[in-house]
Design a protein around this ligand. Structure first.
Ligand code: SAM
Length: 277
């Protein structure tokens, strides 16, 4: 397939979800699109390309975009964001929100759910004092396929073994033979929604904890800056923004203060607050 055709497919994906595939990643296109070709009966990428150029239906455009996005994730990924939340940040919110007894959490680009489930289990396990609080917990992803899987909360042995302590598996999962399902006590904490980060008007507001990890590294710098600005608007004062550990340099806003020694973790603080502290 010609470079021009592959670039055209990649442009569709960039328009649809913001994902920017550089030429060195183009080898992914053929392997990742193979299932889409098979599902819709295309003999090869050229015929898919032809249909897309004459205006293929949105379902196919969406499936092409979803196939090219990376959904790699695991439970308690990188550990340190969860340690930071457990040891420092959640105890701090509990003090601050003691009157309202209300916390709002948003995992954006949550993939198949390992990230929000890790945080939900952590809250359930380590903070019994929150059991009677109202917790609004949103987990969103552009891909309807991964969000559907996340909502079901069914994982393979392989997925369960990646990052989960055994006592969490035994306590919060039900064995279904070859798979494991997250128990309702954890599943029911989270509202899963399909959402494209390009739709700024669909962003959640008044958020205490906003995780968006390993999502923006595939976006162009201008789009990243717009997202960070919108995330800033979504956060409450003193709310926390947690990006991936290679995404720490993506925010240079003065009012998102890097948390000490924690790569990619920022606290929202207005100028007035910074002066007072
Ligand atoms: C590599 S996964 C990261 C999952 C999880 N946050 C983690 O760190 O383990 C990136 C996820 O971002 C999602 N994504 C990509 N572009 C998006 C967009 N424009 N809006 C929302 N989600 C998007 C993908 O579908 C994918 O599931």
């Amino acid at each position: 397939m010609s470079l021009e055709r592959v670039q055209y497919l990649c442009k569709i994906v960039e328009d649809k979800v913001g994902l920017h595939l550089t030429d060195d990643k183009m080898y992914l296109v053929e392997t990742r699109l193979a299932p889409v070709l098979e599902k819709h009966g295309y003999a090869n990428l050229e015929s898919l390309d032809r249909d897309l150029r004459i205006g293929a239906c949105q379902t196919i455009v969406t499936e092409v975009a979803e196939a090219l996005v990376t959904h790699e994730t695991l439970f308690f990924r990188d550990t340190y964001p969860y340690t930071y939340l457990e040891k420092l940040y959640i105890p701090d919110i509990i003090g601050r929100n003691a009157k309202s007894k209300h916390i709002r959490i948003w995992c954006a680009g949550a993939s198949t759910g390992q990230e929000p489930y890790s945080l939900a289990m952590l809250i359930r396990e380590k903070f019994p004092e929150l059991h009677d609080w109202r917790i609004d917990f949103f987990a969103t992803d552009v891909s309807s396929q991964v969000i559907e899987k996340a909502e079901q909360g069914i994982f393979s042995h392989f997925e369960i073994q990646r990052g989960l302590p055994v006592d969490y598996v035994l306590k919060y999962f039900e064995s279904q033979g070859k798979t494991w399902q997250v128990k309702p006590v954890i599943r029911n904490m989270i509202s899963f929604q399909q959402q494209n980060l390009q739709s700024f008007n669909s962003y959640h507001d008044n958020i205490d904890i906003l995780m968006c990890r390993n999502v923006m590294l595939y976006f162009q710098p201008g789009f990243r800056r717009m997202i960070i600005d919108e995330f800033h608007n979504s956060l409450k004062e003193k709310g926390i923004l947690i990006l991936g550990n290679t995404e720490a340099s993506m925010s240079n806003r003065q009012d998102l203060i890097p948390a000490l020694n924690q790569a990619g973790i920022f606290i929202k603080a207005s100028a007035a607050l910074q002066q007072a502290s």
